[in-house]
Design a protein around this ligand. Structure first.
Ligand code: NAD
Length: 467
């Protein structure tokens, strides 16, 4: 029988689809819809069962096989998730979402992150191992929906937990899509169904239900102050990855064009929705004008009427106008009655005082205020004021080692980036692994598999020590 290329491709497609449907059918009863359930009770029950199976039947090496499959599968969906994310939430830029999703997929550590410690001596041998917590309730944000789901899934499964996700309702479509692809990869690699679960319709009530369920043993919340507070009041082990307001200091020792380029890149990525992105510049007065000129050369736009921007992005009660979070700079400028210099302008810059609301609020928009300082001492004080004890992130551009060290000590942030765009602190163009759950308030810092473990000690007296 003669068969041409197109017919062959059609047959292959049909066979692949039939196989896929078959896997789906085999798992439909136990897997919900690849981890999505009608009720929170079902989502938690399924995650509990899956965690028991993982812990009982899968070695560390076998868990790593599942993680490899998760990474490989998710890579097929990066562009789609990036597009879905912008369409669903109305925030960010698809090309920048691609960077963030790829970073989470490639640079979140797996089981290699786990450590066993040993103590040996006259009395024998003790080992200290990192054991799973069990079922984790993970609350995820609207600003980085897919990267947070991917990052937490890899870290939490590497440490042998299962996860009940509570995605932000405005990002539930893309969050559930990412979770389903990960579950599909786990099942196809021979792993348990439902290691990752969620409810079909997440609400604040379902988060509450999940946080207070006895089967859930750890809470990991990635979001603003409200949800961190709710988790910390739950009476359970809680890891809080909260809001930030990263200042970026620029002194007079730097290559100003390079500092300007780094700041525009770091602050404008995904329209500034990253909690780690530069949110306010503190520049020495002596170089501030030159810095603004160099930022304009990097496709930022200086706006000499800050009031026009303030009027639209800050509400009358002083809160941030959510309508503009993560929107393009050109849209914000046009809405403020200012002509954008081009449709792809990355950032609007305004020159204001330290107490301006756009400086003091975490506004999550491509609007970057600049504040002038007389000297480096004053710049540091302003930086500390802007960061507001969030213990989150700060950036500095300086070639003076004393300045680099002094501000690090004063600001006390979890991430401190020197002479690079802020995202170097997430492992993009900087050394180290990546994480989208940065636990400042509770102190775990850049989270990874070992963060989601509890320490267990196992002792053998009078044996196994060979010294
Ligand atoms: P958000 O706080 O509005 O929502 C985060 C999640 O918490 C959502 O799932 C939401 O439904 C839930 N939630 C909100 N209030 C709650 C409450 N009182 N009780 C229970 N659940 C509640 O945040 P968002 O707008 O999605 O994300 C942006 C915020 O998250 C910013 O402040 C940003 O800095 C922060 N963030 C921090 C990190 C980090 O790693 N530290 C990472 C991403 C985002």
């Amino acid at each position: 029988m003669d068969i041409n290329k197109d017919e062959l491709a059609k047959i292959i497609d049909e066979v692949v689809k039939a196989l896929d449907d078959n896997v789906c059918e085999r798992n439909s009863e136990s897997a919900g819809d690849y981890g999505v359930f009608k009720t929170m009770d079902q989502a938690i029950a399924a995650a509990e069962k899956a965690q028991t199976e993982l812990q009982t039947n899968f070695s560390v090496q076998e868990r790593e096989v599942l993680i490899k499959a998760m990474r490989e599968e998710i890579k097929k969906h990066v562009e789609k998730m990036a597009k879905m994310s912008v369409e669903e939430t109305g925030m960010g830029r698809p090309e920048d979402k691609v960077v963030k999703i790829t970073l989470a997929t490639d640079k979140t550590p797996g089981t290699e992150d786990l450590r066993t410690e040993a103590y040996s001596g006259r009395d024998g041998l003790s080992i200290l191992e990192e054991a799973p917590f069990g079922v984790i309730c993970s609350v995820t944000p609207s600003t980085n929906p897919a990267p947070t789901i991917i990052n937490n899934s890899i870290s939490m499964i590497a440490s042998c937990n299962s996860v009940v996700f509570n995605p932000h309702p405005v990002a539930k479509g893309v969050s559930q899509y990412a979770m389903k692809q990960l579950n599909k990869a786990i099942i196809n690699a021979g792993g348990p169904a439902n290691l990752l679960t969620a409810v079909e319709k997440p609400t604040l009530q379902t988060v509450e239900e999940c946080m207070h369920d006895d089967r859930v043993t750890m809470l990991v919340v990635t979001g603003g102050h409200g949800v961190v507070k709710a988790a910390l009041s739950s009476g359970k082990k809680a890891i809080g990855a909260g809001a930030g307001n990263p200042p970026v200091l620029v002194d007079d020792t730097v290559d100003i064009a390079k500092a300007a380029s780094d700041i525009v890149k770091g602050s404008s990525i995904d329209n500034n929705v990253l909690c780690t992105s530069e949110k306010a510049i503190v520049a020495l007065d002596s170089i501030a004008d030159q810095l603004i000129d160099c930022m304009e050369a990097e496709n930022a736009q200086f706006v000499d009427n800050p009031k026009a921007i303030e009027n639209i992005v800050i509400n009358e009660d002083g809160t941030v106008n959510k309508e503009y979070i993560g929107k393009d700079a050109s849209y914000i400028l046009e809405s403020a009655g200012i002509k954008p210099k081009n449709k792809d302008v990355r950032l609007a810059i305004i020159d204001v005082d330290i107490d301006h609301p756009i400086v003091r609020k975490e506004q999550l928009m491509p609007v970057l205020p600049l504040v002038r300082a007389k000297n480096f001492e004053e710049a540091m004080e302003m930086g500390v004021k802007i960061e507001n004890k969030n213990r989150h992130s700060a950036i500095i551009h300086s070639k003076n080692v004393d300045h680099l060290t002094a501000f690090a000590k004063k600001i006390g942030t979890t991430i401190y980036v020197k002479n690079a765009p802020s995202y170097a602190g997430l492992g993009a163009g900087g050394e180290g692994f990546s994480s989208f759950t940065i636990a400042g308030p509770t102190g775990e810092g850049i989270t990874s598999a070992r963060t989601f473990t509890r320490k267990r000690r196992c002792i053998l007296v009078d044996g196994f020590s060979i010294i």
